[in-house]
Write a protein that binds this ligand. Structure first.
Ligand code: XMP
Ligand code: MG
Length: 176
C-alpha cells in the first residue's frame, strides 16, 4: 500500500511484469528500427523512468532528448495544454519516437505530435508505458503500448500524484 497526502494507492503492476513488458517493447523497437537511428523524445516528467529502462535495452543506434508539457493537475485531466519546452535540435528528416508515461485523453500527445509534425520529421511513433483506451478523446493510437489499463488513476514508476509517488518500482492504483 502507498499513501500520498489524502489518497491511498494499492499495488497494480509488479516490478517483474513492468520489466518483462519493457523488454518486449525494446525488442520490437530494435526490430522495427534496425536500419534507422531514431531520436527518442521523452515527455517529462513522468516518462523518465520508463524511458531509461527502455533505452537501456535498445541495441540500435539512437539518441535521446527531453521535452516538457503539462496538462494534468491532481487526478483529473484539465484539457489545458501548455507549450512544449526544451526541444532545440533540428527534427527535419529524423525518425522520432515519443516516449510517454501514460496516454489518457490523448490530448497532450495529439498537440505534441502536431507541433513536432510541423518540423518535417521523417516519422513519428509513440511509445507509452500505459494507455487508458476508455479515456481517449484524441484521434490517435500509440504504436508501442506497455499496458492498456482501465480508466483509473495510477502512480509510481515515474507517474505522480501532485508531484509525489514517482519513486517506486511498481505501478499503484488509487484505491476505490
Ligand atoms: P492526456 O489526458 O493528455 O494526459 O492523455 C497525459 C498526461 O496526464 C498525466 N496522467 C496521469 N498521471 N496518473 C498520473 O500520475 C494517471 O492516471 C494519469 N493519467 C494521465 C500524465 O502526465 C500524462 O503524460
Ligand atoms: Mg504527470
Amino acid at each position: 500500500m502507498l499513501t500520498i497526502k489524502d489518497k491511498t494507492f494499492v499495488p497494480f503492476i509488479t516490478q517483474a511484469t513492468l520489466e518483462n513488458r519493457i523488454t518486449q517493447l525494446a525488442e520490437q523497437i530494435n526490430q522495427d528500427y534496425k536500419d534507422r537511428e531514431p531520436l527518442l523524445v521523452v515527455v517529462l516528467n513522468g516518462a523518465f523512468i520508463f524511458a531509461a529502462e527502455l533505452m537501456k535495452q535498445l541495441t540500435i543506434a539512437c539518441r535521446v532528448t527531453f521535452i516538457r508539457v503539462s496538462s494534468y493537475h491532481q487526478t483529473a485531466s484539465t484539457g489545458v495544454i501548455r507549450e512544449i519546452l526544451g526541444l532545440h535540435e533540428p527534427l527535419e528528416g529524423q525518425d522520432l519516437i515519443l516516449i510517454e508515461d501514460i496516454v489518457d485523453t490523448g490530448l497532450t500527445l495529439q498537440r505534441v505530435c502536431r507541433q513536432l509534425g510541423d518540423r518535417q520529421p521523417a516519422s513519428i511513433a509513440v511509445a507509452t508505458l500505459l494507455f487508458k483506451p476508455d479515456a481517449l478523446q484524441a484521434d490517435l493510437s500509440p504504436d508501442y503500448v506497455g499496458f492498456s489499463i482501465e480508466n483509473r488513476f495510477v502512480v509510481g514508476y515515474g507517474l505522480d500524484y501532485d508531484g509525489f509517488g514517482r519513486n517506486t518500482k511498481e505501478v499503484f492504483v488509487l484505491q476505490e
